[in-house]
Unconditional design. Structure first.
Length: 298
């Protein structure tokens, strides 16, 4: 079992840290939220007054932070210089690949090992320990991290060198946003013509329009009992987070002069929806935007 420091104990990081504790690891966590720290303590973890204090005796450091700026601030030269040699650093934030490569280069120069390991599966997957990890980094570092990641997830993929995990994650989320919007458009069209949204969804699930949004995360209220759409679009993956990931995809496209017209359209729609005050709702609430800014009864 490992001595693990976990930095960032929010909706994703908190449950991930709890799963590590349940699997027998010693976890010391840090977060700016006192509530998050208390939740970790209730799960059997230890807490620290700073990221540095949490990490000073750790064999493994896992971070789940909001943006590339926060990741770069955490993994500064001063911070990394205080760590034990060969400490394994696992950043599970979703950030730009440039920052992921930069912090990994610094970590390696300072005698540590580092992978970027963003996740897919949302808060439900974090709680259930069924996340998908998409890893970028050296093969040997991936192999060292794999037993730790298996405590929090079911599917572990090695996408390539440093930054590759981030690129694969934003490609996946761009596609997710596109098919969520397409699914919402299709269901709305059918409902406007008098179709039952549940029956229409069943038809499309068995036809060529089948996709994850239809099968697992239906955006129409009442079609799936456990989907955020049936909980007034609460919980799940926020509109603001989807807009952030689509922004990363757009930046990646510009870096390589890759055309992403549908991804850019999705980004514009999610940004507009956020700006109208819906940034904290689940991203499947885009159906409300397409239907006229929330005139569906929940």
């Amino acid at each position: 079992m490992s001595n693990i420091a976990f930095i960032g104990l929010g909706n994703m990081g908190g449950p991930m840290a709890a799963n590590l504790i349940r699997k027998g690891h010693t976890v010391t966590g840090f977060d700016l939220s006192e509530t998050a720290l208390k939740v970790l303590e209730s799960a059997g973890g230890q807490t620290a007054g700073s990221a540095l204090d949490a990490a000073k005796s750790a064999d493994v450091i896992i971070s789940m932070l909001p943006s590339g700026k926060h990741v770069a601030e955490l993994y500064s030269e001063d911070f990394i210089s205080t760590l034990k040699p060969n400490t394994l650093l696992i950043d599970s934030s979703t950030i730009d690949a440039v920052t992921a490569r930069s912090v990994a280069t610094l970590a390696i120069l300072k005698g540590c090992k580092m992978i970027d390991a963003p996740v897919s599966g949302g808060t439900g997957g974090a709680q259930a320990g069924t996340l998908t990890f998409i890893v970028g980094g050296k093969q040997e570092d991936y192999e060292k991290a794999r037993p730790i990641l298996k405590c929090m997830g079911q599917n572990i993929f090695h996408a390539g060198e440093s930054g590759a995990g981030q690129v694969a994650k934003i490609c996946n989320n761009m596609l997710l946003a596109i098919h969520m919007i397409g699914t919402s458009e299709a269901i709305n069209l059918g409902v406007k013509h008098g179709l039952d949204p549940k029956i229409l969804s069943e038809i499309m699930q068995k036809s060529s329009g089948k996709n994850w949004s239809l099968e697992v995360y239906n955006p129409y209220p009442g079609v799936m009992e456990n989907a955020p759409a049936s909980r007034a679009y609460s919980g799940g993956f926020a509109v603001d987070l989807m807009a952030k990931d689509l922004g990363l995809a757009a930046e990646a496209g510009l870096e390589t002069k890759t055309s992403t017209p549908l991804g850019n359209t999705a980004l514009n729609l999610y940004r507009i929806w956020s700006e109208t005050g819906h940034g904290k709702t689940d991203f499947s609430s885009i159906l409300q935007f397409l239907n006229g800014k929330g005139n569906i009864e929940n």
